[in-house]
Design a protein around this ligand. Structure first.
Ligand code: UDP
Ligand code: MN
Length: 360
């Protein structure tokens, strides 16, 4: 099969995730991938950022549910909760390609992995939280308009058991766990970040073979504190085990992304901030106004564009990163050294066990 009919596909609905997409694309180039690079974007990605993406991706594909006229999309307008889920499903409409591998924008390719294109739809790796389900951050698929329509109709009739694309896709491809072991991608193709501490001996044994790392949850590389003077990342205490992976992400960012970030990003961001009533772009079908958080998301890339490597970060960049770290914490990064420390959890378990069954 011609390699030009195969593509890596990712998604970004705002400028922060676009930073992830840019670093991901460079990580694929670094390992010499021969497949095409496609990024799907929504109108939440600023024009200057779309230009940055165009410089490395073979195709920047704008997906915008509000402009689509078909009945399926119209039905979705009444379900704003499916916004981002729906956006990812657009990958099945990339019918110029025969076979694709979807990668979340928070993944990072560490070693060559073009052999993934030898797999069939639907291949994915187990989710560390519930291994009978697959994680939807990395999957092999075949673009097909009919599959897209069936997925949307499932979304509308049954919804998603976790509210996101992963629940929906696991319901749709529900024989993944049992039908064909070849469709189980080895975990090294989607090594989810919590696995470092949840099964450390396995990580020590197999970690070197990891080909794709996935920063699931609130601790994204771009929201970690980065010391621009020394070019080192200082992860939040809950994400310290990921320091070397975060550092690799930032090394690629400094070498390939930062030099091209344009000061015009600040102007684009101002436009977004001025228009308070703009529809929240990353929830295509929603009427929600831009919230303070999404403004900050839009501002992160522009703040990085003003950062000078080898010099201390400007106060605005520090303030934004601090805010993102705090919201990551509030979104559920556990306090493993404090209230959620093993000793505390263990003593709570023992208390409960010692009390015996409550219906005695
Ligand atoms: N995404 C996006 N904008 C958002 C949230 C998600 O573009 O505001 C895309 C992006 O490609 C991201 C993917 O959807 O990698 C899935 O979200 P995320 O990686 O944050 O979920 P997790 O892997 O942490 O469950
Ligand atoms: Mn992800």
């Amino acid at each position: 099969m011609a390699e030009s009919s195969q593509a890596w596909v990712t998604l970004a609905t705002n400028d922060s995730y676009s930073l992830g997409a840019l670093v991901l694309a460079h990580s694929l180039k670094r390992v010499g991938s021969t497949r095409r690079l496609v990024v799907m974007v929504t109108s939440g990605v600023t024009m200057v950022m779309q230009d940055q993406l165009r410089a490395i991706f073979d195709e920047v594909h704008l997906v915008d549910v509000l402009d689509s006229k078909d009945a399926v999309n119209l039905a979705l307008l009444s379900r704003p909760d499916l916004g981002i889920t729906f956006t990812k499903l657009h990958c099945w409409r990339l019918t110029n390609y025969n076979k694709c591998v979807f990668l979340d924008a928070d993944t990072l390719v560490l070693q060559p992995c073009d052999e993934l294109f030898d797999r069939e739809e639907f291949s994915a790796a187990p989710d560390p939280g519930w291994p009978d389900c697959f994680n939807s951050g990395v999957f092999v698929f075949r673009p097909n308009e009919d599959t897209y329509k069936s997925l949307i109709s499932l979304a509308l009739t049954k919804g998603s058991f976790d509210g996101g694309d992963q629940g929906l896709l696991n319901t749709y491809f529900n024989d993944w766990a049992t039908r064909d072991i070849n469709r189980h991608l080895p975990f090294i193709y989607n090594m989810c970040s919590p696995s470092h501490y949840s099964y450390l001996p396995a990580f020590k044994q197999f970690g070197e073979g990891v080909k794709i790392a996935h920063f699931i949850g609130p601790n994204k590389p771009w929201s970690q504190f980065f010391d621009s003077e020394t070019k080192t990342v200082r992860p939040s205490p809950t994400a310290g085990h990921l320091k070397y992976l975060f550092q690799f992400w930032w090394d690629l960012f400094c070498a390939h992304v930062h030099p091209h970030l344009s000061p015009d990003m600040a102007l684009d961001r101002e436009k977004l901030l001025l228009n308070e009533t703009t529809k929240l772009p990353d929830q295509c079908a929603s009427d929600v106004k831009i919230t303070n958080d999404s403004k900050r998301e839009a501002g992160l890339a522009s703040a990085f564009s003003q950062m000078k490597l080898g010099e201390p970060s400007p106060a605005a960049t520090m303030e934004l990163q601090e805010h993102l770290r705090r919201s990551a914490w509030e979104q559920g990064s556990m306090d493993f050294m404090g209230a959620d420390a093993f000793e505390n959890i263990w003593s709570k378990i023992m208390d409960t066990v010692n009390k015996g069954p409550s219906n005695k």
